[in-house]
Each structure stands twice: as C-alpha cells, then as structure tokens.
Design a binder for this molecule. Structure first.
Ligand code: DGL
Length: 261
C-alpha cells in the first residue's frame, strides 16, 4: 500500500488521454500531471532538447514525491526514455513497451501502421521495439506533424481534422492495426475510425499503459488501496486551451497550477 501519487508528463494535453485510462483502470491512485505547454510542441525538436526537457519534467515530478513516473509522450519516450532510466532511481514507464507487449500477446497482428510526431518517427523507436520482440511483422510509419497542434487547438472532429487524417492515412492501408504513437492522437479516434473503417484495430496507448501500470504497482506492492484519487495538474504555461480539452476527456473539474520550470 502506497498513497504517493503517480507522476505523469507530456508536452501538453496529450498525456491526459493516458490519465483518462489510468483513472478508469486504477481509480484509487493519486496523480500529479505535468504538461510542458510552454515548450510545446516536442515533436519538432531535436533529441538533445527532448532529453533535456524530459529530465526537467522528471525532476519536477520527483519533488512531488511520486512513486513511479509515466512519460505519457511518444516523442519523449522514443528519444529520452533509455537515457533517463539510467539516471533516475525510480520506475519510469514509457508508451512503447506496454504497447509492444500488448501486440505480442495478441498474436494476430501481422501488418501494423504507426502514426506519430516527426521526432518519434525519425527515432524509429516503434519499429525497432516491435521488431525486436515480434518476428515476421510488417511496419509502416507515418509522421503526422500537424495533428498534435490541432489537438491543442481543439480541432479534432471538424472538416480540417477529416482532411488532415485522410491525407496522412493515404499510405496506410491494409494494416491489421494502427498504433496511435502520439498521446494526442486518441483525441482524433472518431475521425480515424471513420477513415479506416472497422477492419483495422486502433491501438490507444493509454489503454496499454494503464494495464501495464496496474501490473507494475501490484508486482511492487505499491498500489493505493483506498479511494482518495486526487489529481494535481501543473502546466508550464497556463495561457492555453488545456482546461477545456482536459475537462471533456476526464469529465471532472480540474484545478490548474502553474509549474515554474
Ligand atoms: N503527446 C506527445 C507525443 O506523444 C507530444 C506531441 C508534441 O509535443 O509534438 O508525442
């Protein structure tokens, strides 16, 4: 039993799609969420910058006495997770490993698409991790740099979103599943479903992370067994659309605090 919060981190509102799934799967857990809105978007930045920003985010969360950290950002996971795991003495979960484990256990996925930010696709992190664990799988990658900024703007279900998704998914056909390799992308799930149809499974990393986190907390015996879920949200810049989008996702009023980092 451990009442300390789970620390979560993203460049903006994307990680809230992961928080939503954690809330469903682990309703007792307290959460401290950091959105680095001042430096959004991460997807277009260099690996060096992403490592530096990820370290800042982790150090902020460590001061909040968190028991584990979820890097709820595909860009930071693919470029900084290996580095920060060697520096900090706390369990750190990214978005790739839980998802690859899910695909591995499903066994029927032979052709898979990955959509993510430029930085994530450039790192080749998804394809490398998938192929390390699963034989004879065909992976198609596609960078969709406009989607995360559109999600921050709240443009996730309008004509522009439909056009952008249709254009980005032009090359992704005939896949058994599509990984939403950026945590902002579940906000477009409705439109993506319309474009791809029913035959393609859409993999929301928030769901695989929640499952993975539940198991990790249990294995380490650090679950919170009493219902006292408290969500503390910190943003590095509060002049943004975050609250409206996050409220829609979580269906709860959220108090936003300013993080000075
Ligand atoms: N939500 C993030 C990701 O998963 C970051 C998007 C961005 O900041 O460009 O990649």
């Amino acid at each position: 039993m451990d009442k300390r919060p789970i620390g979560m981190f993203d460049s903006g509102v994307g990680g809230m799609t992961v928080l939503k799934e954690i809330k469903n799967k682990l309703p007792n857990e307290n959460i401290v969420y950091l959105g680095d809105t001042k430096r959004f978007p991460y997807g277009s930045k260099s690996k060096e910058t992403i490592i530096e920003l990820t370290k800042k985010g982790i150090e902020f969360l460590l001061k909040k006495n968190v028991k584990i950290i979820i890097i709820a950002c595909g860009t930071a996971t693919s470029q900084a997770l290996d580095v920060v795991r060697k520096i900090y003495n706390i369990p750190i979960i990214g978005i790739i490993e839980p998802t690859v484990e899910y695909i591995y256990n499903k066994q029927n996925i032979k052709r898979i698409g990955v959509i993510a930010t430029n930085g994530t696709i450039r790192s080749n992190g998804w394809e490398k991790s998938i192929k390390e664990k699963i034989n004879n799988i065909f992976v198609t990658n596609k960078a969709c740099p406009l989607l995360a900024p559109m999600a921050e703007e709240g443009w996730t279900n309008n004509e522009i979103a439909k056009l952008a998704i249709s254009k980005y998914l032009e090359d992704i056909n005939n896949v058994d599943a599509l990984i939403l390799g950026c945590t902002h992308y579940p906000l477009f799930e409705g439109v993506i479903k319309q474009v791809l149809g029913d035959k393609t499974e859409i993999i929301n990393t928030g769901k695989t992370i929640a499952e993975f986190t539940k198991k990790l907390l249990k294995d380490k015996n650090i679950e919170n067994k009493e219902l006292n879920n408290d969500y503390k949200i910190y943003l590095t810049d509060i002049e943004c659309n975050f609250v409206n989008i996050a409220k829609e996702l979580i269906k709860e009023d959220l108090i936003i605090n300013k993080a000075e980092i």
